[in-house]
Design a protein around this ligand. Structure first.
Ligand SMILES: Nc1nc2c(ncn2[C@@H]2O[C@H](COP(=O)(O)OP(=O)(O)OP(=O)(O)O)[C@@H](O)[C@H]2O)c(=O)[nH]1
Ligand SMILES: [Mg+2]
Ligand SMILES: [Zn+2]
Length: 314
């Protein structure tokens, strides 16, 4: 086959699942498993996940039904949600590409609300150009007055905040409204109810969820791979396996302040131009914390993340 002939045979598709060496691609030719050209597998720091869910690719369709196609090219990404790969030191993992929004799912209880994790994920979302939303699920297990003080700061700084319960149905219409016509990724700790929420808003999905009797079993993940799901009411959502900690990747220490929306207007107002907002005198951010304009919890998250970035040499 000539190079040109081959070029003409290429079909565009979107990666909907990466659960084996042969990613599943959806295209006008239907759903096909594809291998990845060797050259695409290589890469200095990203070898494990050269292609991820949400990637738009050009592939050569398979010849026969039992064959696999071949991914020839990955098209440039519009957005990407990256994290430090937990299993390989110094490696990045792209969780998902090309989605518009990150829906950070947390739960009011079981597991306990973890705002530190929310804050880290928001930073990753900001860094990857995603619009972020926070959804607190399992509201049937707590009273709104208990949870609101922990999360009301997110509304104040411009993030949409939703409260849901897959058990009572609270907030599900609002969640659907938010997802409608958009591409989103659900991310959050294991067991907060990401897959359960998706099953509740999109009939017929039958995603595996953790059995109630196993609900306290630590380290058990119900969802084991990333998967793109179409919504009948328009749009799509990517379900992801739960995470215990979200290691940030490719975030520069000096950029961190820009990923905290409430700190953005304050940058440049400190005495020192390169102020890290930790130990320096006459710091506008610390003054804002004193004044209550930046919450203590968010500021602590900032400091924690900054320290973790120092550890990574960034
Ligand atoms: N009480 C209560 N339980 C819920 C709610 N949503 C989910 N659950 C339960 O929480 C457990 C975990 O739900 P999953 O949907 O598997 O959680 P997940 O976030 O997808 O977990 P991973 O796939 O491991 O990341 C299941 O036993 C669900 O039945 C809720 O709104 N209220
Ligand atoms: Mg799940
Ligand atoms: Zn400062």
């Amino acid at each position: 086959m000539t190079a040109n002939g081959r070029e003409n045979d290429l079909v565009e598709g979107i990666v909907v699942r990466v659960d084996s060496h042969f990613p599943l691609i959806e295209s006008k030719k239907g759903r096909v498993r594809c291998s990845l050209r060797k050259k695409l597998k290589r890469g200095p720091r990203d070898a494990t996940h050269k292609v991820c869910v949400g990637d738009r690719v050009l592939f050569l369709p398979p010849h026969g039904e039992r064959d696999a196609g071949a991914i020839e090219r990955i098209l440039p990404r519009k957005t990407q949600l990256m994290r430090r790969a937990s299993h390989r030191e110094g490696m990045a993992q792209t969780v998902v590409a090309n989605v518009d929004r990150l829906v950070v799912i947390a739960s009011a209880r079981e597991p306990e609300l973890n705002t530190r994790l929310i804050d880290r994920m928001l930073v990753a979302g900001e860094n990857g150009d995603l619009e972020s939303i926070i959804c607190v699920n399992k509201m049937d297990l707590a009273r709104r007055e208990e949870i609101l003080p922990l999360v009301s700061c997110y509304t104040d700084i411009g993030y949409e905040l939703l409260f849901t319960s897959a058990v009572t149905g609270e907030g599900l219409e609002g969640l659907k409204e938010t997802l409608k016509g958009k591409s989103s990724v659900f991310a959050g700790a294991s067991g907060v109810g990401k897959s359960t929420l998706l099953n509740a808003i999109q009939p017929g999905l039958r995603l595996t969820v953790r059995e109630v009797s196993e609900a306290t079993g630590k380290g058990r993940h119900a969802t084991s791979f990333v998967q793109l799901l179409r919504l009948d009411f328009g749009g799509y959502v990517v379900d992801t396996p739960g995470i215990r900690e979200f290691g940030l990747w490719d975030v520069d220490r000096r950029d961190l302040q820009h990923f905290f929306p409430e700190m953005r207007p304050l940058t440049g107002q400190c005495r020192y131009a390169d102020c890290s907002h930790t130990h320096e005198p006459q710091c506008a951010v610390k003054a804002a914390v004193e004044a209550g304009d930046v919450t203590e919890a968010r500021y602590e998250s900032y400091v924690h993340i900054l320290e973790s970035l120092q550890g990574s040499g960034k």
